[in-house]
Design a protein around this ligand. Structure first.
Ligand code: G3I
Length: 410
């Protein structure tokens, strides 16, 4: 799979190019940088010698692309400050919510689709020459109940062959319709999201998340079919398996077992998405380094897909990605010296990413500013609520100029 030329992505987002494999024409960047310096100086960011290339996408242009999850207020242009940051700092966009099943296919059947917002997201990405990610086709979250029920509301059963056939048909139609609609325009798809079991020690019998209706009714077959249908709908798109906490060894082993099972069946999985919803102490640079080293042995490109670092006091025990966890963290405030500790964790993560630059092609932040974040009480991103770059922004940029041989040294 590694030899696969992803030029399609390059041609589509020619000005962006991506990962160490894509080289991009400079004229657009030159223009961007001047604009960026202006935009950033207007937003009061200090530059110094090493961070002359003050944009994230500029600083890492030889290493990997830098993406961001965008919300409706941003891709419809209402949030002008957010749009200014997106176009100046990032060369890839992911849809935080707008391409999830509940958004694009809220009601059953061929008349049950609503593409208005998703069309606006894709047009936004094309307007700014972004590498466009589609998130996500098959997930247990934000998927309407009707998908897993018959027309009378009876829950579908895995033991009933007609029920299994009905759910497979619904998944087929959804993927062919959604991926087909954006063929050649969305370059990367999260085909399956968070299907792995979370807890307990690793063993081959509990690879998948039994609480997921997809797993409960169809088992691993839905994963195989989802990738095959997405590939049939757009043979040029990069198809990704996406999950969180795969830094932790038991879950990482499950990931590796699952992907090897798919590769053995020649299922077209083409990239691994590691969400990386971190906190100030987790993952440690050592754990992140070990995880990326292990996952790279699968021979597939690695994407960091939903990066943020929770600095909330209550969030330091949380290693999951479930939105319901936030309530626990809310109201506890952030830890002492939060900004400095956030900068330390971000720069140590980026040092590890740079060490693995040969395998990492894309690093996407899960939100533009702390105000936009799903875990905003933890101030988890590089731009504060006013859109001003934080200490961690400078520290991340400066890792780009570090001597590769010394990345994990100090
Ligand atoms: O659309 C409704 C709106 O009509 C209603 O007025 C509003 C008030 O409740 O809710 C809106 O829905 C919210 C939706 O985001 C869209 O904004 C849901 O309540 C809210 O739960 C949902 O949160 C999203 C969450 O996924 C759902 O699980 C977060 O924004 C999004 O950042 C988060 O992203 C997930 C990734 O997709 C997968 N990995 C983990 C990551 C974090 O949980």
């Amino acid at each position: 799979m590694k030899e696969r030329n992803i030029s399609k992505a390059n041609t589509a987002g020619s000005a962006t190019g991506w990962g160490a494999s894509g080289r991009r024409s400079g004229w657009l960047n030159a223009g961007c940088c001047a604009l960026t310096v202006l935009a950033l100086c207007l937003s009061g960011c200090a530059t110094d010698e090493t961070s002359k290339q003050v944009t994230l996408k500029g600083a890492f242009r030889k290493d990997f692309s830098i993406g961001v999850a965008v919300n409706q207020r941003q891709f419809t242009g209402q949030d002008t400050n957010g749009v200014a940051i997106i176009m100046s700092q990032f060369n890839s966009v992911s849809p935080e919510n707008v391409l999830k099943w509940e958004s694009v296919h809220p009601r059953p059947g061929t008349n049950g689709y609503d593409f208005a917002a998703a069309d606006a997201f894709v047009a936004f990405g094309e307007k700014y020459h972004m590498l466009i990610v589609g998130h996500t086709l098959a997930w247990h979250g934000q998927t309407p109940r009707w998908v897993f029920q018959d027309e009378n509301g009876r829950p579908l059963q895995g033991t009933n062959a007609a029920d299994r056939a009905m759910l497979l048909q619904r998944l087929h139609d959804h993927i062919m319709t959604v991926v087909g609609r954006y063929k050649g325009r969305i370059q990367i798809w999260d085909v399956v999201n968070e299907a792995l079991n979370d807890g307990g020690n690793f063993n081959r019998t509990n690879l998948l998340r039994q609480r997921s209706p997809w797993v409960r009714i169809l088992g691993p077959e839905f994963i195989v079919k989802a990738f095959e249908w997405a590939h049939a709908a757009d043979p040029g798109a990069v198809l990704r398996y996406n999950d969180y906490s795969i830094e932790n060894e038991p879950k990482r082993k499950r990931l590796i077992a699952l992907i090897k099972m798919l590769q053995a069946q020649h299922v077209p999985v083409m990239a691994i998405g590691s969400q990386t919803h971190a906190n100030l102490n987790w993952p440690s640079p050592g754990l992140e380094d070990a995880a990326l080293t292990d996952i790279a042995k699968l021979g597939l490109p690695i994407h960091i897909t939903e990066l943020d670092v929770d600095a909330s006091a209550a969030g330091q025990r949380n290693q999951g990605a479930d939105v319901s966890q936030n309530a626990l963290a809310a109201g506890g405030g952030v830890v002492d010296a939060a900004n400095q500790r956030l900068a330390d964790q971000y720069s140590s993560l980026f040092r590890v990413f740079l060490k693995h630059r040969k395998n990492i092609e894309l690093v996407t932040f899960w939100g533009v500013t702390d105000q936009d974040s799903w875990r905003s009480s933890g101030n988890p991103l590089l731009f504060d609520r006013e859109g001003k770059p934080k200490e961690s922004f400078q520290d991340v940029i400066q890792t780009a100029s570090k001597d590769p041989k010394k990345l994990l040294a100090d």
